[in-house]
Write a protein that binds this ligand. Structure first.
Ligand code: GDP
Ligand code: FO1
Length: 300
């Protein structure tokens, strides 16, 4: 089994390829939940949903969030009625958020809620939230301390970030299911996700670093040069005190990485790195990178 650490865009692109070249039951994904947010009484877990929809074959791969061909009737009507839904929620997507919120309010753990939803979508891979504790990434800006989604979606990432913080009711701990998956894995792949808002929240759950310390860990850079392939990783890396590059990413993973994968075009040099085409612009590219990574793991 291989366990992947994932956010909601870069690693899912790699998983799209892995699905085609691995036995799907041999894929486990530990997913970031620090971008989760309650909207209109419902619970959005954007990264969990993206991974789940990908495996269910219904993900909108133009945006890498939401359900393909979804409608926005409820969102439009709620907005007309004066509800401040700054996140555009699709109707089918919302049904998942309603179901999740109901189950959470009923006292279920997010892990069990996710397993149940995955079963209902016919997902064969193992999808595990990093923790059952609610964790929220917040950024310090001139508007004050705001939820990461307020920064990225409402402010369109156009305001300066002074600091990145995480809040929680109690320190997040890796679930038994997460620790079991790591233990049973031949290798761990840290996909090309945002090191600050996707991977660090996973690594910082108590028990995870310890569980992967002696495993074979491959990490893929989400940066080419000084810019991420997409999204706000550059500003977040700088706010967290890291260089916005492959070197900053490597340093952020604090010695956990055995093999570091950089893009062939990346002018930045990282020791211990191997070079592949990591720009997954289509399914074919995702499959090619997945195959290269599997070859690395087989050679180990
Ligand atoms: P988020 O939860 O939506 O922020 O998604 P992730 O954390 O999973 O991924 C965001 C990161 O994916 C960004 O920093 C991008 O640079 C990176 N990314 C997106 N597409 C690609 C790609 O095709 N190749 C590589 N190497 N990185 C990518
Ligand atoms: N991202 C946007 O930029 N705009 C949206 O309106 C938006 C809606 C949305 C709804 C459900 C969902 O699961 C994700 C959604 N996203 C949207 C993605 C968004 O949450 C972020 O891209 C990631 O969390 C960033 O890491």
């Amino acid at each position: 089994m291989i366990t992947f650490l994932s956010g909601g865009t870069g690693t899912p692109k790699l998983l799209r390829g892995m699905q085609k070249v691995m036995d799907r039951h041999e894929i486990a994904v530990i997913v970031n939940t620090a971008e989760d947010i309650w909207i209109s009484g419902n619970h959005i877990s954007p990264d969990v949903d993206t991974v789940m929809y990908l495996f269910a074959g219904i993900l909108n791969t133009d945006t890498w969030w939401g359900v393909r061909n979804d409608t926005f009737i409820t969102h439009d009507e709620a907005t007309r009625l004066g509800i401040d839904e700054f996140i555009t929620v699709g109707d089918k997507d919302r049904a998942v958020h309603i179901a999740r919120a109901e189950m959470l309010r009923g006292g279920m753990r997010l892990t069990n809620v996710t397993t149940l939803l995955c079963e209902r979508f016919g997902v064969r891979e193992t999808v595990l939230p990093m923790t059952d504790t609610e964790v929220t990434t917040q950024v310090q800006t001139d508007l004050g301390l705001i939820h990461f989604q307020e920064y990225w979606i409402r402010a369109r990432g156009k305001i300066e970030i002074q600091k990145v913080m995480r809040s929680f009711s109690e320190p997040p701990v890796a679930t038994p299911e997460v620790l079991e998956a790591l233990e049973a894995s031949d290798a761990i792949v840290i996909g090309p996700s945002n090191p600050i808002t996707s991977i660090s929240p996973i690594l910082d759950c108590a028990g995870i670093r310890e569980a992967i310390k002696n495993k074979f860990v491959v990490a893929v850079s989400p940066f080419i040069g000084n810019a991420p392939v997409s999204g706000p990783a550059g500003a977040l890396m700088e706010a967290a005190g890291y260089e916005p590059s492959a070197i900053g990413t490597f340093n952020c993973y604090g010695g956990l990485t055995d093999v570091f994968v950089q893009d062939t075009r990346d002018p930045v040099e990282v020791s211990q790195s191997v070079r592949f085409d990591t720009l997954m612009v289509d399914e074919e590219k995702s499959v090619a990178l997945a195959e290269e990574i599997l070859r690395l793991i087989a050679k180990h």
